[in-house]
Design a protein around this ligand. Structure first.
Ligand SMILES: *Cc1c(COP(=O)(O)O)cnc(C)c1O
Length: 390
């Protein structure tokens, strides 16, 4: 049994000691100038991470609150939204739409594949959409969205681009200053949560609006929200000594420190590290005869969904692995029982993942499968040496 359990699910992710330490500092009054300066710094660092000159809001809640904020602050009842879905979380926008009388159309990819750009374009021609949501890294399938293809097509049709970064932010590129296509289009809104690639315990909703998205909000007289209305939060984010609703003081300490870790590592280094993780895990687990659901070129670099051979019982495998101290997630929807998902993001280290590769091998042997652990570990390490990361 490992001294510390390895939580390798697609969020929450391993929390490093320095983040726990930041979090366990004495709770200050939320309007204390010392806390206000920490909060302000957390916001400024988030703006740097997204490279945005817009507004960033970091408040108590989960990724789902951030999804709700993205929707209610840009789309009014009766208006239409197109959801580009590579798995499970597209349906969440469908339910959100129902709650706010927003018309939602979902283009659902075959699980494991990307939505065809042609289908997106056809839909955009058929209807007038106020916004299009894209799941950057889909947590159920491990498929990533192709922003280079999607953003120009969506923006050309005049819709806002809302990016669900819950399983990607800080690990996969979400640069809001980056231009896409020849007309210089940009991503308008990115939303995320603290507990995935950022590596903070669950509890914070994070959202960034660029200037176009802010002006869309300004044009809407009122929105069907109070806590989720960004107009109630922007003055607080600009001067956290003001009060609207009590922030999660200790989580903000943790988040501020996590942002320091992100920016000190450097965005390109962090993206590259995740590319290596993804390549290494895929190479190692394939030695055990398990295939990743998503093709390598289309895969998210933050998690992988592996399909079991017939002979493996999901519950037995995952519980034996958990007994050794490694927690992975089961498959969702029709892949339940037929697959498992492993998160390899945030502050999980190469050593953590190497241990997981070994213990997965030992578990397989224990349940009567064949597993060449030496070869898996070799393939794992080779992925870090080769320069040829995609
Ligand atoms: C986890 C996740 C969510 C939901 O976030 P919660 O923090 O669980 O509310 C939304 N979208 C994606 C892509 C996710 O991975």
């Amino acid at each position: 049994m490992l001294k510390k359990e390895l939580l390798l699910v697609p969020g929450p992710t391993p929390v490093v000691d320095s983040i726990y330490e930041a979090m366990s500092q004495q709770t200050m009054n939320h309007t204390d100038p010392r806390f206000a300066s920490i909060y302000k710094k957390a916001i400024e660092q988030t703006k740097k991470m997204f490279q945005t000159d817009g507004e960033v809001i970091v408040i108590s809640g989960s990724g789902t609150l951030a999804m709700e904020m993205a929707l209610v602050n840009t789309v009014a009842a009766g208006e239409r939204v197109l959801v580009v879905s590579h798995g499970y979380f597209g349906d969440r926008f469908l339910n959100l739409g129902k709650a706010f009388d927003v018309e939602i159309d979902v283009i659902q990819a075959e699980w494991g594949e990307r939505v065809s750009i042609k289908k997106v374009e056809d839909k955009l021609k058929e209807n007038k959409y106020k916004a299009v949501t894209i799941t950057h890294a889909d947590t159920s399938t491990g498929v990533s969205a192709d922003l280079d293809q999607l953003v120009p097509v969506i923006k050309r049709h005049g819709a806002l681009v809302i990016l669900d970064g819950v399983c990607a932010t800080s690990a996969m590129e979400e640069n809001m200053n980056k231009t896409y296509g020849e007309h210089g289009y940009r991503i308008d809104v990115v939303l995320t949560g603290s507990q995935k690639a950022i590596g903070v315990p669950p509890g914070l909703a994070i959202i960034a609006f660029n200037q176009s998205a802010l002006s869309v909000r300004n044009d809407m007289e009122k929105v069907p929200a109070y806590y989720a209305d960004i107009h109630n939060w922007i003055p607080i984010m600009n001067d956290p000594k003001n009060y609207f609703a009590t922030p999660a003081v200790n989580l903000i300490y943790a988040y501020n420190h996590a942002m320091e870790l992100v920016l000190n590592e450097g965005m390109e280094n962090r993206y590259n590290r995740h590319r290596k993780y993804s390549k290494a895990i895929r190479a190692a687990i394939s030695v055990y005869g398990m295939k990743a659901l998503a093709d390598e070129e289309e895969a998210a670099t933050t998690l992988t969904c592996f399909l079991y051979p017939e002979s493996i019982d999901d519950v037995v495998f995952r519980s034996e692995l958990a007994n050794k101290g490694v927690i992975v997630a089961g498959g969702l929807a029709h892949l339940k029982g037929a697959s498992f998902r492993i998160g390899h993001m945030g502050n999980a280290t190469k050593e953590d993942l190497e241990i997981a590769v070994k213990l997965i091998g030992e578990t397989l042997i224990q349940i009567g499968q064949e597993a060449d652990i030496v070869k898996a570990v070799k393939y794992f390490n080779e992925a870090f040496v080769s320069e040829a990361v995609r």
